[in-house]
Design a protein around this ligand. Structure first.
Ligand code: SF4
Length: 230
């Protein structure tokens, strides 16, 4: 994908987010924004995969949860959308995620990417090897297509960092441009457009219910979850 196409993608992604708030900065529009981000991503992925298919068969299969043992980046609306989705689940599951997210934040905040993987801690949303929020999982999880399961296992399970994981790079590049577009659009609306670590953001949302209202008021309640600042 050339620079022009990447710029177009970034601009369209930003427009999709801006349109979500046409009727105001409301909790409903914020949750809808998380859904729209996913819909925009899926449409982009389908079109890119058709235009420039993966060079090799993708190694990602149901039952492989290797990459669910890393730092998970997401936008703040994505984290809020996941929390809203969880609110429809039984209390016991909400409490499990709340406690696991807080424990993970306390154990891993401040670790760099390699140290986070070395900690061996799974994402709090991983249940018996499956993503418990699969329908609304973050874009960074969707975009992480691998060509080699052994390479993923070496990094995420054996903690060997002497090789690289061959990824379907086009999707990672496109995902990065979309996140830039989303983030800039949120900032223009007066909202925090930075990226957060999913578990840390969930810990804040589930422990401090007024964090969503404060976010919409232009405050920055997710600083402790910000990537690069933990
Ligand atoms: S959100 Fe789901 S797919 Fe992403 S790391 Fe967590 S369990 Fe894995």
């Amino acid at each position: 994908m050339d620079g022009k196409a990447m710029g177009f993608l970034q601009k369209e992604a930003g427009k999709a987010v801006t349109d979500c708030f046409a009727t105001g900065l409301t909790p409903e529009n914020l949750i809808n924004c998380a859904v729209v981000q996913i819909q925009f991503y899926q449409a982009m992925q389908d079109s890119l995969m058709a235009a420039q298919p993966p060079a090799e068969p993708l190694a990602c299969v149901v039952g492989c949860d290797a990459c669910c043992h890393r730092k998970v980046a997401c936008s703040i609306p994505e984290a809020i959308g996941i929390a809203a989705w969880l609110s429809e689940k039984p209390d016991s599951e909400q409490q499990r995620v709340r406690a696991a997210s807080r424990a993970l934040h306390d154990a891993t905040a401040g670790l760099d990417d390699v140290a986070r993987i070395r900690s061996g801690q799974p994402c709090p949303l991983l249940v018996e090897g499956n993503c418990s929020v699969y329908e609304i999982r973050p874009l960074s999880c969707r975009a992480l297509y691998s060509y080699s399961r052994p390479a993923c296992e070496a990094v995420y399970r054996e903690h060997r960092f002497d090789g690289t994981i061959p990824h379907y790079d086009l999707m990672l590049e496109a995902h990065g441009q979309m996140l830039l577009g989303y983030g800039r659009a949120l900032e223009k609306l007066g909202l925090d457009g930075g990226l957060v670590e999913l578990a840390s953001a969930l810990a804040i949302i589930l422990d401090e219910p007024d964090s969503v209202t404060r976010y919409l008021a232009g405050e920055r309640p997710f600083e402790a979850a910000k990537l690069g600042r933990q």
